[in-house]
Design a protein around this ligand. Structure first.
Ligand code: PDD
Length: 275
C-alpha cells in the first residue's frame, strides 16, 4: 500500500525508519485513524482538530497547518486509487540519539492509505460480547498517543476469553472500550460516559451524539458503574473502524433481549446516511 514520510511518497512496506526514531523507542508521538468512504475522508475536520490537540498536549510542533495535512491526505488518497480505504497518520518527535529529553529536530510525519478491511458483519447482526477489565492506563487518555500497551493487553485478554472488546473500568466507573467508546440505552435515554481526560473523545462518539439530537433521542453524558451495563436495554460500541456495533452480552451475561436493539439500529441507519 501507499505511504508518506516527511514529504516523500513511499510504499508502506519500505523499511524507512532508523532505530533512533522516537515513535518506536519511546512511543513519543500521536496518531489518527480516519475512514474514507467513496474517496472522501469522514469527519476530517474533527480528526484534524483532535490530531492538533493531541500534538499540542505532548508539546509537539507539527510544522504544518491542519489544511496542509488535509491536502497531503487528499493527495495520498488520490494516488492510492482507492475509494473505500483508511488513513493512518502519525507524528513523532523525530529522529535523534536516544535521550529522554526532547531533541531539537523536526517532527516526523508519516501516513498510510490502505484498502479498508471490513469487520465480520455478523457481529452487527447478532451483537458482540464484551469483557469488563480494569482500566490500567494513565490519566490522559484523551490524548491519542502511540502508547497503547494497556489497550493491547486488555484487547488480547478479552479476545482470549472469547469476547470482541474489553470494556475498561476505572475507580468503579466504566470509561470506554480498549479501542472504542461505549453507549447504553435505558428507558429510551442514550447514556455515555462524559468526555473527561479518562476517555478518548471519539469522532464516531461525536457523530452519534449529533445523530441522537437530530432524532430527538435524549442524551445523558454521565458516569455509570459496570453493573449498569448488565441492566441496560441496549449497549453499543463506536469507533472509526467498526462504526456502531451492538453489544448483546457482557461477561457472558445477556444484555436486554440478547439481540441488537431498535435504538442502536436507528442510530446506525442514520450514521450510514452521513458517510
Ligand atoms: N481507536 N477509544 C479508544 C481508546 C480508541 O482507541 C478509539 C479509536 C476510540 C474511538 O474513536 P474514534 O471514533 O475517533 O475512532 C475510543 C482507533 C480506531 C485505533 O486505535 O485504531
Amino acid at each position: 500500500a501507499i505511504g508518506y514520510l516527511n514529504g516523500k511518497i513511499i510504499s508502506s512496506s519500505d523499511p524507512v525508519l532508523p532505530i533512533d526514531e522516537r515513535g518506536h523507542q519511546f512511543g513519543d508521538g500521536v496518531y489518527e485513524y480516519i475512514r474514507v468512504y467513496n474517496g472522501r475522508p469522514f469527519m476530517m475536520d474533527e480528526h484534524m482538530n483532535r490530531f492538533f490537540k493531541s500534538a499540542e498536549a505532548i508539546k509537539l510542533n507539527l510544522n504544518h497547518t491542519p489544511d496542509e495535512i488535509k491536502d497531503i491526505t487528499a493527495d495520498l488518497i488520490g494516488r492510492s486509487g482507492l475509494d473505500d480505504c483508511d488513513v493512518y497518520m502519525q507524528a513523532t518527535r523525530g529522529i535523534a540519539p536516544r535521550n529522554h529529553l526532547f531533541p531539537n529536530v523536526p517532527a516526523s510525519i508519516s501516513m498510510t492509505v490502505k484498502p479498508f478491511r471490513a469487520m465480520d458483519e455478523t457481529l452487527r447482526e447478532n451483537g458482540a460480547s464484551v469483557k469488563l477489565l480494569p482500566d490500567e492506563r494513565w490519566q490522559n487518555c484523551w490524548i491519542k498517543t502511540l502508547n497503547l500497551l494497556p489497550n493491547l493487553l486488555a484487547k488480547q485478554e478479552a479476545f482470549e476469553a472469547g469476547a470482541f472488546e474489553a470494556v475498561l473500568v476505572r475507580d468503579g466507573v466504566v470509561t470506554e472500550g480498549s479501542s472504542s467508546n461505549i453507549f447504553l440505552v435505558k428507558e429510551g435515554v442514550l447514556i455515555t460516559p462524559p468526555a473527561t481526560k479518562h476517555i478518548l473523545h471519539g469522532i464516531t462518539r461525536i457523530a452519534v451524539l449529533d445523530i441522537a439530537s437530530e432524532l430527538g433521542i435524549s442524551v445523558d453524558e454521565r458516569e455509570f458503574a459496570p453493573e449498569v451495563i448488565l441492566e441496560a436495554d441496549e449497549v453499543f460500541l463506536t469507533s472509526t473502524g467498526i462504526e456502531i456495533v451492538p453489544v448483546t452480552s457482557a461477561d457472558e451475561t445477556k444484555i436486554g433481549t440478547g439481540k441488537p436493539g431498535a435504538v442502536t439500529e436507528k442510530i446506525y441507519e442514520a450514521f450510514m446516511k452521513r458517510v
